[in-house]
Design a protein around this ligand. Sequence first.
Ligand SMILES: *[C@@H]1O[C@H](CO)[C@@H](O)[C@H](O)[C@H]1NC(C)=O
Ligand SMILES: *[C@@H]1O[C@H](CO)[C@@H](O)[C@H](O)[C@H]1NC(C)=O
Ligand SMILES: *[C@@H]1O[C@H](CO)[C@@H](O)[C@H](O)[C@H]1NC(C)=O
Ligand SMILES: *[C@@H]1O[C@H](CO)[C@@H](O)[C@H](O)[C@H]1NC(C)=O
Ligand SMILES: *[C@@H]1O[C@H](CO)[C@@H](O)[C@H](O)[C@H]1NC(C)=O
Ligand SMILES: *[C@@H]1O[C@H](CO)[C@@H](O)[C@H](O)[C@H]1NC(C)=O
Length: 379
Amino acid sequence: MARLLTLVSLLSLSISPRVFASPCVAFDSSWNLYAFGFNGKDYNAGTSDSWASGTASDVTASGRPPFDGSNTTCYLSQFYNAIYVLNGDSSNPSNVHVYDPTAKSWTTQATSGGPTDSFSAILDHDTNVFYALTDSGELWFLSFANITTAAQSSAIAWTDVEKAGFDTTNYQPVMALANNHIHFLDVPGVAAGSADIFVIHFSYFQPESQSYGNFPAQHGQTTSIFEPANDGVQLAFAYIPDDGSATYIIDVVSNTTTSMAGPSTKDSSATYFASDAAIVQLTSSGAVNFIPYTNSSSDSSASWGSVKNLVSVAPTSSASSGSATKSASGSAASGTSTTSSSSSNSSSNGTSGMIAQSRSVVLGMMSALLLGSIALFIS
Ligand SMILES: *[C@@H]1O[C@H](CO)[C@@H](O)[C@H](O)[C@H]1NC(C)=O
Ligand SMILES: *[C@@H]1O[C@H](CO)[C@@H](O)[C@H](O)[C@H]1NC(C)=O
Ligand SMILES: *[C@@H]1O[C@H](CO)[C@@H](O)[C@H](O)[C@H]1NC(C)=O
Ligand SMILES: *[C@@H]1O[C@H](CO)[C@@H](O)[C@H](O)[C@H]1NC(C)=O
Ligand SMILES: *[C@@H]1O[C@H](CO)[C@@H](O)[C@H](O)[C@H]1NC(C)=O
Ligand SMILES: *[C@@H]1O[C@H](CO)[C@@H](O)[C@H](O)[C@H]1NC(C)=O
């Protein structure tokens, strides 16, 4: 039972070995878009109606991670309205940083006994538990069931769940959370349009793959599409293959996939974070772009645009983006450009660090509410 309750998250990670500073983008529960680790600062770009002009608000506060880690990823705990950061501090990679958007404050949660190799992760919406799949193919969880918007004083231990239920040799995880299930795309031997599934509430790798329609069997990035406040768990996720050819929306209730325009910036090292109504791309050179999502027929003609109020503060603005574009990774914007930008400042503060790319997405969320009811859910 304890296992069942735990649930959660997954991860995904990424792939490339490059190392760059890792900014990340994330939404809070009111759908304000944050850009963390942009030239050593953090910004609130507001809701989508604020993105067309102006400058995002600087919300840099004490206690923040330096965003100099590898494969930094950010997650929204929707129920509690908290943003959690994994790998935000290269000196303390097992720490999880907790941002409270209401208080505009940071706390740091210590963890123990976690994986020793790199991993990709998701944050389960209903249980507030992270699930991570390591490069060696081991699934772990880290429960934030008792954490809301601030860390607790004692460390939280990771739990090794089990080996993945499929062969992970040479597998670069493509993980996505929706409907309390972790979906693994591009699994070796699994057909295009299908995913392998881990059922969080039962801590169970479903033996059969699930068909969801049409999308390629290609490595890529994912991000869960949230439902509006109080509407519960995510029911769909976006998948952007590395070639950027399209943005696929995979609805795990209807088992169908629809396709939207691929990002204008094709960047296999970009990362993504969705709200309930937009999918945001953070390129490896630090540019932030988005496409609106409405779950209606108009999505097929939607197009990508820039989050303009982040342009002047993005790492890319102070550095040349050139080489960065294809390089890196990641999670953020950081790529090469970051490095250069920091060189014009000092190399400290995070931006110049390293991080690799990761991709993955994350999503996450939360509530622990229902532990009791969780078991009912299932499926
Ligand atoms: C970042 O992720 C990539 C891909 O999983 C991995 O190869 C690399 O070792 C990770 N970096 C660190 C510092 O964990
Ligand atoms: C959460 O707190 C309860 C009550 O103190 C405790 O029994 C439980 O083990 C805690 N869970 C975790 C994951 O720390
Ligand atoms: C999209 O809209 C349909 C029709 O209202 C609904 O059944 C479905 O659950 C929605 N999908 C998501 C992901 O919210
Ligand atoms: C989606 O697939 C699952 C598993 O095969 C099935 O239980 C469910 O009924 C399907 N949904 C629809 C709308 O057909
Ligand atoms: C260096 O970066 C910091 C933080 O972004 C900024 O406040 C400062 O003005 C920069 N200094 C220079 C010389 O660019
Ligand atoms: C780098 O971070 C340190 C500690 O937060 C701060 O004191 C310093 O001013 C920062 N440097 C720049 C260039 O932002």
